[in-house]
Design a protein around this ligand. Structure first.
Ligand code: ZN
Length: 86
């Protein structure tokens, strides 16, 4: 359960605010793909104990897909703040 500003926040509320469902980090300020790896080096178990981790991992996956996060540091060619091609 993420801790945001000293308050426990549900993973759903965290995601709605673009915060990591695991730790509450602002996903707009970190690389979500690298951040995902920092939490889950491997897939959580499918057993009861792993269900909550799996759920949060999938929420973060959805964020990565929904926000079209690229796995490289290269700027998107069509991004408004992309460096002009020389
Ligand atoms: Zn996190």
């Amino acid at each position: 359960m993420p801790l945001v500003d000293g308050e426990m926040m549900s993973p759903e509320d965290a995601m709605a605010a673009n915060l990591c469902p695991e730790c509450g980090r602002d996903l707009r300020k970190v690389n979500p793909v690298a951040h995902r790896k920092s939490h889950w080096h491997r897939r959580p178990n499918d057993d009861v104990d792993g269900q909550e981790g799996l759920k949060r991992m999938k929420m973060l996956d959805d964020f990565i897909v929904k926000n079209n996060v690229r796995t490289s540091d290269q700027p998107k060619p069509d991004a408004p703040n992309a460096a002009p091609v020389a």
